[in-house]
Design a protein around this ligand. Structure first.
Ligand code: 3PG
Length: 211
């Protein structure tokens, strides 16, 4: 089994995290791990992202990935920060090579049959469908499953408590990603108990029930 599949199989939801303050990292990771979501994606969209990855890795049980990884420099930086895996909205030859050279499992974005086929040729069969709802969502995943049943997806973009269970019920969905389990307002308020509850609610999703 590939390393990225092992990562994706650990929880039904990968929280997509946008952190504005370094101090949010540790309590946020603790809340999500306590709630049952140990696999975390810290997006490289804010100045504190690399510090946040370092801080979150210290939380027992966490598996900390870097998201919005676009360039070779990004790969080197997140490797140095200790990231366990990489997520990207798409894929380029340079990014694939950099991830391979760094020895970091990669979850690359794909949105079309050709993109999926290209990544399959590179030996990657666990992909992020992005931006999931915008490119066709569940209908697209059902359609891709016919000719490309060997590919598993982590749909991300537009997923929330209302549709996550339906996505997870599809045969080619291994997990989903989304920001709804760490909303900006709760982060700013330091509402860690609330975020833990949102994470806990995700445990019900695997059974096909709504959160
Ligand atoms: C993103 O790009 O921020 C992720 O795809 C998460 O999307 P979401 O906010 O719709 O969950």
């Amino acid at each position: 089994m590939s390393k990225i599949l092992q990562v994706c199989q650990q929880a039904p939801v990968i929280p997509v995290l946008v952190l504005e303050q370094r101090g949010q990292a540790r309590p946020l990771a603790e809340a999500l791990v306590r709630g049952g979501l140990p696999v975390l994606e810290v997006t490289l969209r804010t100045p504190v992202a690399l510090d946040a990855i370092r801080a979150m890795r210290e939380v027992e049980g966490s598996v900390v990935g870097a998201g919005t990884v676009l360039t070779e420099q990004d790969v080197r930086a997140v490797k140095a920060a200790g990231a366990d895996f990489i997520v990207s909205p798409g894929a380029t030859e340079r990014l694939l090579k950099a991830a391979q050279d760094a020895g970091l499992p990669l979850l690359p974005g794909a949105a079309t049959g050709s993109e999926v086929m290209y990544l399959l040729e590179q030996g990657l069969d666990v992909l992020k469908l992005f931006p999931a709802e915008a490119v066709g969502g569940m209908a697209l995943l059902r359609s891709l499953h016919g000719p490309l049943p060997q590919v598993s997806f982590c749909p991300t973009g537009g997923i929330g408590a209302g549709n996550a269970a339906a996505y997870l019920a599809l045969p080619n969905v291994v997990c989903v990603g989304g920001s709804w389990v760490a909303p900006r307002a709760m982060l700013e308020a330091g509402d860690w108990a609330g975020i833990e509850q949102l994470a806990h609610d995700c445990q019900q999703l695997r059974n096909g029930r709504q959160a």
